[in-house]
Each structure stands twice: as C-alpha cells, then as structure tokens.
Design a protein around this ligand. Structure first.
Ligand code: TEU
Length: 549
C-alpha cells in the first residue's frame, strides 16, 4: 500500500462560529482559532478543517456562500486568515478549507445575475426550467424547485431555497470553481474538504423520487450522477495534481461498492471520502426525522465491508460525528454514567481503524448532546423548517421534540466549552449566536487539563500511540465475534506488529470468546484506571488495545 502524509495525519474539524469569540459579539472568529493553535498542537492533531469562513448571508451557517474569495465579516478579515494560516504553518499544522460548490448562496453575484433574465450570461450557471422538472424534495423541507418571479421560472435547490444548485454541465462553472481553488491553494492552504461532492453531477432527466423514501432518493437519484467521475478527474488534473493538497470528499450517497471509484489512487479523483453509511444506521426510510434503533452488528458490518472493498487502493476518512450529527458520546456511547469510559472507547475506535481519522471539536473533552429545554433555542434551518412544517400541519410537537433532542445538528454546534465561566468561556457576550450546553460547568477544557485521567489526555495519548504504531494506519484488519451486539473486537497487523482491539459497547461486563490469539496478549492501552480483569472480560464500555505475542 502506498504511504502518504495524508494517510498518517489526523484531522480536527473546527466549527469556527462556535470555537472562540475574541470580539465579544457572541460569534466565534478566526483570531479565536489562532489563539488556540498551541492547544491543538498539544493535543497532537496535524490538520485543521475549518467549516466555511467565507462571505455568506448565513442561511445555512455559511454553507451558502456569496463570495468565495472573501471572509465572513463576523469571522474577521483576510489579514486575520493570513495570520492564522502562517501561525498554523509555523507550528507544523495544516489548514484545510471547506469547498462548497454544489450550490452557492442566492446572494452570490452569479445567481443575482442569473435570475435577472433568461438570456443573462449567467443563466446557465444554475438549473432553470419553465416548470418543475421533478417531484424532488429539498433536504431542508419542501420542494427542491423554487418559483422565481423575475422570469416566471423555477430553479433547483437541493438544500434551502437560498442555496441554488450550480450547473456543473456548464464548463464555465467548472472553470470558476477551479479558479477559486487555485486562489486558495496559491495562498498556501493545504487542501479541501468537499461539501456534498457526489451531488455535483445531476441526472438531467430529473427522474421522480419516491417521496416516502428520502434516503433512497439521496442514494439513487441525488448523488453519483452520470458525469461525477469525469468532473472529479478534471478537477484533479486542473487543480489538485498541481499541489500537495489534501482532498476529502463528503461521501453522502456513496456505498462501499462505489467508494473505490472515488478514491482509487490510480483513478486520480479524490484521496479520500467519508461515507454516511454508519451515520444513517439509526435513520428510517423517511430519513433522520424517522429514527430507528441502532445495531452494533450493522455498524461493525459497515466498517468491515468498507475496509474490504477499498482494499489497498482506496482510502477513507473515519469519523463518528461532525457539525451535521449528534455528539458521538450521546449517540454511540453512554453520555451519563459511562460518559468518560465510552468517550475514551470511541476515541480508541477512531484511532485504531484504517483511514484518516477526523475528530470534531469538543470530542476531546466528551461534549454531549444539548437537549435544549425550549424548541426556540434551536438555530438550525433544518430544525426550524421542520418545526414550522409540523405546526402548519397541526401536528403534535411533543414527539418531534424527542426526535430533535436525539438527532439535531445543533447538538454538535453549541459553543466549545473552555472553562466554567459564562458561555463556557467561549464568549464574553451576554447573548451568543447559539446557547451553550449548560453542562460546561463540569465538562470543560480547563477541568480536563487538570485531571491526568481525563478524556483529553486519553486523546493525547492515543494520538501519540497511532503515530508510533503505523500498523493502525496501514495494517490489515480482521474482526471477531461479528454477530454480537455487545462487543467489537478486531485485530490489526502488518510486518511491524500484531494488535488486538477490544471494545465493550454496553453498560455491563461482557465475555470475549472464540479468539485463539487470546492467550498471548499484553495490554498497551486501556481506558480504565485499573488493569483489565483479564483478556476474557471487558468491563462496561471498556476499551483495551493488546499487542499479540
Ligand atoms: O451536508 C450534507 C448533508 O446532506 C447534510 O445536510 C446531512 O444530510 C444533513 O445534515 C442531515 O440532516 C453538507 C454540510 O456538511 C451541511 O452542514 C450543509 O447544510 C449541507 O451540506 C449543505 O451545504
């Protein structure tokens, strides 16, 4: 398998508006990130991915960009960005930006022009039609085709109506995107995370979807369009191949069979993608608002299958949460009695699988879902639209509230908890753009740094451990006890070593069976303060990494 820096790196995602506010306006900014670079360096990560920092009317928290070459005012200036980039580089940290080019803001100049008249030179930058071309639904509720008065036509928006989809069929659009990528790469950034990249090629006959099966629509119709690989190869040839840049695609809609097509090193498209398979395991057909129980067997099956299918040629980003999903300790762990143990267990999983791990801000202190007591506290357009839809239909909000507590993206978007001061030390403002999780009084960085047995130090240790044991990056993978719902056990090995990882995903002690190698194990890492009972038992949420032989 080819070795590469971006395979060995660990990425840390920052949600800038919620990281650190240095101006007192209640909104995180670039200078706040610069201030915390030493913190990140100490933790031991290599690459910082910044969610969008560009000019935007902020309909979808910056994923609606009105100028790709300008910084959002509330976040700072281009000078601040240059300072951040230079300081990061001085400390040996890389910076990756969010490339959001499936759509722009409706306030982007291209769209402002495009909607003016049918013969405007920018008309073909977007998808316009005299009538609705299909029954497509938007991710944030309602139709994906929006009527526009000016020309009495409809335009396509797979997300909010302020996020019109770009028409990648138009070579001028592609050139614009490549130009802006060059702009940032020439400035010295280290690569891109690519937002909903499998959506940039559309099925131009716009086939109708089964509106009761939104997940099916995402996988079969909205993503992996006929020209996707051609576009990505072109982007690679025109831009990426000219730099030593990281390219990480948001792999929505990509299944294990398709994954290799995107990341096979010989195909020269993207270096890695992160798929949504394990992120939608607890979604019913209706999508995230139609939850179903999570099964560990399915979760393990996915990791196993992806590992097999990508083989030695493809590559993956491994993640368990980000700004679009609930907090991982609340979703896959036990954020009450075993918060510390289960957060450490999930860290162990993330850092012992093949693939480039991507951590999300706050996981290193075990931040949890927020469960806002009032629905009015939710800021996300997705949730607000859903609430409005329910109200309009006269539906009961109690059931919806439960689901929102469980799945809301805002769970992961509350401010970073630095200390036990107001707003968890995130901001001195009385009002912040989103409320803090009140548990900052106990769960915060300052407390974590005072306690050598904290989740934070476990992360620091595991990051060092991964760096010094490359077997976890490149090695083979074999699973044991695939059919149990309680434990996740796998071996990683290559010429340099052989290791066993054992994780107990339950609140009770579990027995590990049927493993021959079990007799010659030595403990390397353990998430409990006292050594394992023995290698046949795992205490609640216990995680152990053994060396074999
Ligand atoms: O996410 C893509 C996406 O489809 C998610 O919206 C996901 O399906 C959703 O959160 C589930 O509810 C990207 C960004 O990460 C997200 O923040 C943006 O809202 C979206 O694209 C549009 O740019």
């Amino acid at each position: 398998m080819t070795r590469a820096w971006w395979k060995e790196a660990v990425v840390y995602q920052i949600y800038p508006r919620s990281f650190l506010d240095t101006t007192g306006d209640g909104f995180g900014d670039l200078n706040g990130i610069t201030q915390k670079l030493d913190y990140l360096k100490d933790l031991g990560i290599d690459v910082i991915w910044l969610s969008p920092i560009f000019a935007s009317p902020d309909d979808d928290n910056g994923y609606d960009i009105s100028d790709y070459r300008d910084i959002m005012e509330k976040m700072g200036t281009m000078e601040d960005f240059d300072t951040l980039l230079n300081s990061a580089h001085e400390k040996g940290l890389k910076i990756v930006l969010d490339l959001v080019v499936n759509h722009t803001s409706d306030e982007h100049n291209w769209f402002v022009e495009s909607r003016k008249s049918k013969d405007n030179p920018y008309r073909d930058y977007y998808f316009w039609s005299d009538e609705k071309r299909s029954n497509w639904l938007s991710f944030f509720g309602g139709d994906a085709w929006e009527h526009d008065e000016a020309t009495n036509s409809y335009y396509l928006h797979l997300f909010s109506k302020k996020q019109p989809d770009l028409n990648w069929e138009n070579p001028k659009v592609r050139q614009e995107v490549y130009d802006l990528m060059h702009f940032w790469l020439k400035k010295g950034i280290d690569g891109f995370r690519m937002d909903v990249i499998p959506m940039i090629s559309k099925y131009l006959d716009f086939p109708d979807i089964d509106t009761n099966n939104f997940v099916g629509a995402i996988n079969d119709v909205y993503t992996n369009g006929p020209r996707i690989h051609e576009f990505l190869r072109e982007m690679n040839e025109e831009v990426l191949s000219k730099y030593d840049a990281l390219s990480m695609g948001e792999g929505i809609g990509i299944n294990a069979d398709q994954g290799l097509m995107y990341t096979d090193e010989d195909r020269k498209e993207l270096q890695m993608i992160y798929h949504f398979d394990h992120m939608s395991l607890d979604w019913g057909k209706g999508g995230k608002f139609d939850p179903k129980p999570f099964k560990l067997t399915e979760f393990k099956y996915l990791f196993r299958t992806w590992h097999e299918k990508l083989g030695d040629k493809g590559w993956l980003t491994v993640f368990l949460d980000n700004h679009d999903f609930p907090r991982m300790v609340s979703r896959f762990g036990n954020d009450q009695q075993y918060r510390v143990e289960s957060a450490k267990l999930l860290c162990t999983l993330l850092l012992t699988l093949r693939g480039t791990p991507c951590l999300y801000q706050g996981s290193e202190i075990g931040m949890t879902n927020v469960n806002f007591p009032s629905l009015d506290q939710y800021e996300d357009i997705e949730i607000r639209n859903k609430i409005a839809e329910h109200k309009a239909l006269g539906k009961d909000l109690k059931e919806l509230e439960k689901v929102i507590h469980q799945i809301a993206r805002d769970n992961a978007r509350t401010p970073m908890q630095w200390n036990d001061q107001p707003n968890g030390g995130f901001s001195t403002s009385e009002k912040t753009w989103i409320d803090s999780n009140p548990n900052f009084d106990t769960i915060n960085v300052e407390n974590a740094l005072k306690d050598k047995s904290s989740i934070w130090y476990y992360y620091q240790n595991m990051l060092k451990f991964r760096k010094s044991h490359k077997t976890f990056v490149y090695g083979e993978y074999k699973e044991y006890m695939e059919d149990t719902e309680s434990v996740y056990v796998y071996k990683r090995w290559d010429g340099d070593g052989e290791y066993m990882v054992m994780l107990n995903f339950t609140d009770i002690t579990q027995e590990v069976v049927d493993i021959q190698e079990i007799r010659s194990l030595k403990v390397l890492v353990n998430n409990y303060k006292t050594p394992p009972i023995n290698s046949l038992y795992l205490r609640p949420w216990e995680a152990v990494v053994y060396t074999i032989g």
